[in-house]
Ligand binder design. Sequence first.
Ligand code: SF4
Length: 236
Amino acid sequence: MTDCKSSSCSTVRLREPHQVLRDIYGTLLETYGQRNWWPAETPFEVVLGAILTQGTAWRSVERSIANLQGAGLLTVEGIRSVPEEHLRELIRPSGFIVRKAGCIRAFVHLLDEHHGGSLQQVARQPTDVLRRQLLALSGVGPETADAILLYALGHPVFVVDEYFRRVATRHELVDSNARYAEMQRLGDLAIASETAEETAQHANELHALIVEVGKHHCGPAPRCEGCPLQPYLPAR
Ligand code: SF4
């Protein structure tokens, strides 16, 4: 077997997209090392971050989280007790404060109504049940639901975001109009492992590494020169 990685290489052209993605994962791991995401202290902070980051730069999320921490409200109990108006003010740096405050409260309501107010209890539910419950919350789409499932609750699901969409479409691993479920299927196949724990670990790392290459190279306009994934670009 040759070590050619380019999709212009006949070896790679015969490979399935998820196999190419697995190779991409290896290259990113060699380049950037383990990322050990998510950048948060507790699972509940992950939930808050996943909601607050919608349509917003992470810097703004950090300011909102710092506000909540400063007010002593970075807990389920804190969110339960804070008046909605005050919550909106604290998360103002992240924008969309009405929708996001409502979404945070809805998540805590879901915990209280169905899972005894406990994140540990909610984490023990089957993935598909939890995913349906999360998607039923106003303001929670597939990316947010999956980020909560993976990073806060440890479920083995792959998170599709804009960075992944760019990498997957620019490398022709999916069609340019592929929907969320199709891109997630690609990621799921690439990370499939013996145990759910291992799969979750790979889902965590691959997503974090894709974000890394996205920040350094694969923005709205790709900067392929010097990108570690340049060898995987389709032949032109
Ligand atoms: S910047 Fe270019 S080489 Fe790098 S991931 Fe994006 S499309 Fe691929």
